[in-house]
Design a protein around this ligand. Structure first.
Ligand SMILES: *Cc1c(COP(=O)(O)O)cnc(C)c1O
Length: 369
């Protein structure tokens, strides 16, 4: 029998602090550390994670959207929070909740300054995002005269940081591209600092950038996936521990005779006598339908049990013909002993997608293992 009685996502705060310490050991003591806690801290629990990291030496937090920052402020998180992609309609909330916006275009710069002036702000911290090759968000070189003129003509804002984002920091086959991005960032920052007359914090690496490009750490590094236990590399994974374990229990076991089917649209037809275990989680919980028909698996008693037929909304059926197990037994979907990266890999996905997809209806259980 299991110690749990429903599907849970266990979140190990000791693994989090170990991962944090490891990542810190890979940067200089004076380099600041920004913890990325967007998307519920990669599917875990952003409040629990931010609280734990607040007690460690984290300098900054980042979220993607303004409402995510609000949620942290509501939970009494007081450290600076960079909002990576705030939409102009939320700038009022940004200022009211002391969140720090990423400003990535002339339009967003003008809109933010207009509001900051109307709200009589002085030196409100903003973060300028530069595009160095990802072509997603960001200013380019041509915008620098506009940026500096605009900023120097108001007292309402100050540039707290200037940053960029790497497109392929985990892929060493694309090292030339990454080095070019880093070089572009360096040149842009020198140019901006000269015209601005002061030096904001500079940062451009994510987790894989921390690990692969120590020369590009600048004043601050940004880590998400590393904190949650993945290094995007088999060797680096050994130094990190996944903080989240998605666990469930067996609801019911069926003996399926040869010729019988299992699940919607007779997705599985037994060619021989089969034992099928029904589990209480499905595509609405973050198990993609593409895991059906044997592609995906869970771990029961240390053995792989593959999915039979179609993934349902709230359930999956798995093959336990060769596994000694009972109703109520514990099932691991992913965790430190059942890699989310491997499971994601079979459907050409990545750890990031699988772990962030765990639905909010699944209970989060905070542990310290
Ligand atoms: C999500 C994100 C990160 C974190 O990347 P990881 O690979 O998870 O470390 C860093 N910077 C930006 C701009 C991001 O959007």
């Amino acid at each position: 029998m299991s110690t749990i009685n429903e599907t849970v996502l266990e979140i190990d705060l000791n693994a989090l602090s170990q991962n944090f310490k490891y990542l810190k050991s890979r940067i200089k003591p004076e380099t600041k550390f920004l913890a990325v806690v967007k998307a519920y801290a990669y599917g875990s629990d952003s409040v629990a994670i931010a609280k734990e990291l607040s007690n460690l030496e984290v300098d900054y937090f980042a979220v993607a959207y303004t409402n995510e920052g609000e949620q942290l402020r509501d939970a009494a998180i007081t450290k600076p929070i960079l909002v990576l992609h705030p939409l102009p309609g939320t700038y009022e909330v940004i200022i009211n909740r002391c969140l720090e916006p990423s400003i990535y275009s002339r339009k967003t710069l003008k809109a933010f300054i207009e509001l900051a002036e109307a709200k009589e702000q002085t030196n409100y911290p903003i973060h300028l995002k530069f595009n160095t090759g990802l072509n997603r968000l960001g200013f380019t070189e041509n915008d620098i005269p506009f940026i500096t003129e605009t900023i120097l003509s108001t007292k309402s804002v100050k540039v707290q940081s200037m940053f960029s984002h790497l497109a392929a920091s985990e892929d060493l086959e694309l090292k030339d591209f990454t080095l070019k991005q880093i070089d572009t960032f360096k040149k842009l920052s020198e140019n901006l600092i000269k015209k601005l007359g002061y030096a904001p914090l500079l940062h451009c690496v994510n987790t894989s950038g921390i690990l692969n490009y120590p020369e590009a750490h600048f004043n601050m590094v940004r880590s998400g996936i590393g904190l949650y236990g993945f290094g995007n590399d088999a060797e680096e994974n050994k130094n990190l521990k996944p903080i989240a374990t998605l666990k469930t229990i067996i609801s019911q076991i069926h003996e399926v005779s040869k010729g019988e089917s299992v699940g919607y649209n007779l997705g599985f037809i037994a060619e021989k006598h089969t034992r099928s275990a029904t589990l209480p989680l499905g595509h609405a919980d973050g198990i993609p339908r593409s895991y059906g028909h044997g592609k995906g698996w869970v771990t029961i008693g240390g053995k792989k049990a593959h999915i039979l037929g179609n993934v349902c909304m709230d359930m999956i059926m798995v093959d336990v013909t060769n596994i000694d197990c009972n109703e109520g037994d514990e099932v691991i979907v992913f965790g430190p002993t059942a890699s989310a990266e491997d499971l994601a890999g079979v459907i050409n996905s990545i750890s990031y997608e699988l772990i962030t997809a765990v639905s909010q209806r699944i209970k989060r259980l905070i542990v310290r293992n």
